[in-house]
Design a protein around this ligand. Structure first.
Ligand code: CO8
Length: 257
């Protein structure tokens, strides 16, 4: 499929999606959403792909929702069309998605990074929820996922003042998993994704699902869910192989069985 706003490649067992609207600092419009969901769906369906990396440019991961697309919209337009509702589908991707963020990740850009499973940031990354400066508020998780990631104090600060935080502050606050040099960003993210893709697929999918569960249910429910998923993996050949390889002091050869 030919895309207009994204670039799609595979690197071994890793799918790489690059946001590609340089003229608008990768602002997210309805075409980006449609194309991103199509690319992710293709990677979900491709058995050879075990993990996905989503990145932008050196200057911007994404500078937010497309303000020029939003400007003329009225209340009935956004409500009846459930404007931005489709972005939640990104969170439904079962394979792990790593956001590799360089430059601006603002508004919807920060929210898109948070829809991924974890964020690897370059030293130049800048995160923020500047919607308040436009007379609106975050609409794709900025008041919810950001608060869960960094806590109330920092989330209130960012959402109410619209200020940006740099990569070091974002890592300190728990938004970012690791910081890497700018010229190594995509390489490091691809390496992390390749590592994940080499593990047993069932354990990877259930690990992602179980961590996600921590944000949805009570601790008791989450622990029970985790234990059942853990126990179910003893039905796989890969569990036998993983443990046999440890005992025999060799590398496991997972076959996704
Ligand atoms: N939408 C549309 N166009 C944009 C956006 C955007 N969010 N951001 C930048 N651009 C365009 C600029 O208009 C400019 O285009 P042109 O050359 O035609 O004038 C081009 O990109 C380059 O931008 P700048 O000249 O402004 O570049 P600077 O380096 O001077 O500044 C900034 C970079 C600081 C990032 C600046 O562009 C900026 O402040 N951008 C807007 C950031 C913002 O407010 N983002 C939040 C948008 S609202 C939002 O995201 C709502 C979230 C709800 C859910 C979203 C789901 C997708």
């Amino acid at each position: 499929m030919a895309y207009e706003t994204i670039l799609v490649e595979t690197h071994g067992a890793v799918g790489l999606v690059t946001l590609n609207r340089p003229q608008a600092l990768n602002a997210l419009n309805s075409t980006v959403l449609k194309e991103l969901l199509a690319a992710f769906a293709a990677f979900e369906a491709d058995e050879a792909v075990g993990a996905i990396v989503l990145t932008g440019s050196e200057k911007a991961f994404a500078a937010g929702a497309d303000i020029k697309e939003m400007q003329p919209l009225s209340f009935p337009d956004v409500v009846t069309g459930d404007f931005l509702g489709g972005w939640d589908e990104v969170a439904g991707i079962r394979k792990p998605v790593i956001a590799a963020v360089s430059g601006y990740a603002l508004g919807g850009g920060c929210e898109l990074a948070m829809l991924c499973d974890f964020i690897i940031a370059s030293e130049t990354a800048k995160f923020g929820q500047p919607e308040i400066t436009l007379g609106i508020i975050p609409g794709m998780g900025g008041t919810q996922r950001l608060t869960r990631a960094v806590g109330k104090a920092k989330a209130m600060d960012l959402v109410l003042t619209g200020r940006m935080m740099d990569a070091a502050e974002a890592e300190r606050s728990g938004l970012v998993a690791r910081i890497v040099p700018a010229d190594k960003l995509v390489e490091e993210a691809l390496t992390a994704a390749a590592k994940i893709a080499a593990f047993s697929r069932a354990s990877v999918l259930l690990a992602k699902e179980s961590v996600g569960r921590a944000f949805e249910v009570t601790l008791a429910e989450g622990l029970r869910y985790e234990r059942r998923q853990f126990q179910s993996l003893f039905a796989t050949e890969d569990q036998k192989e993983g443990m046999a390889a440890f005992v025999e002091k060799r590398k496991p050869a997972f076959r996704n069985r």
